[in-house]
Design a protein around this ligand. Structure first.
Ligand SMILES: Cc1cc2nc3c(=O)[nH]c(=O)nc-3n(C[C@H](O)[C@H](O)[C@H](O)COP(=O)(O)O)c2cc1C
Length: 150
């Protein structure tokens, strides 16, 4: 069974486009080798990342990511086995979203502050799955049908 971890963290510095590209390039080449797929959402200076693959590979990656000084206050929101990967076509997809969008995806009021939304996700696996599905919907809406996906 594939294994999935969804965590949040806060960027330690205001992220520039090229900082994000560095993370994505590193992620995509490593993940291709270790059979990991997923998505990274950048929201108001925070990261929300979905990682999925074989349990050992995902856990080894989490251990590496946890020591990365580019972010802090890493909190695992949900982790566990899944029937099938949610992002099988993405070595690491990336979306940018607002706190209001993430709140609405989670079924909360658009005015909910991000820390409160993240706490709700930690408590409620179903809400977290809804957010993951919304990230996927955003990706599907944006990617041209025959364009290679990142
Ligand atoms: C928010 C964030 C997400 C990351 N996601 C991944 C990832 O999906 N895969 C990965 O290999 N590295 C990821 N990294 C980078 C790792 O923390 C680490 O720097 C990298 O895996 C080391 O790779 P290297 O041994 O090839 O230098 C991420 C870093 C940050 C800050």
């Amino acid at each position: 069974m594939p294994y999935q971890v969804i965590y949040s963290s806060a960027s330690t510095t205001p992220l520039q486009q090229e900082d994000l590209e560095d993370i994505l390039n590193q992620a995509r080449s490593n993940n291709a080798r270790s059979g990991i797929t997923g998505a990274l959402a950048y929201v108001d200076g925070c990261f929300l990342q979905v990682l999925e693959g074989q349990a050992e590979a995902v856990q080894a990656l989490m251990a590496r990511i946890a020591t990365d000084l580019r972010h802090e206050t890493l909190t695992v929101l949900q982790a566990g086995e899944i029937a099938a990967p949610a992002f099988p076509d993405w070595q690491m997809a990336c979306v940018s979203a607002t706190a209001a969008q993430v709140a609405v995806w989670a079924g909360l009021s658009a005015r909910t502050e991000l820390p409160e939304t993240l706490e709700a996700l930690r408590r409620d696996r179903e809400k977290t799955m809804q957010v993951s599905k919304s990230i996927l919907a955003m990706l599907m809406g944006e990617a041209a049908p025959d364009e290679p996906r990142g």
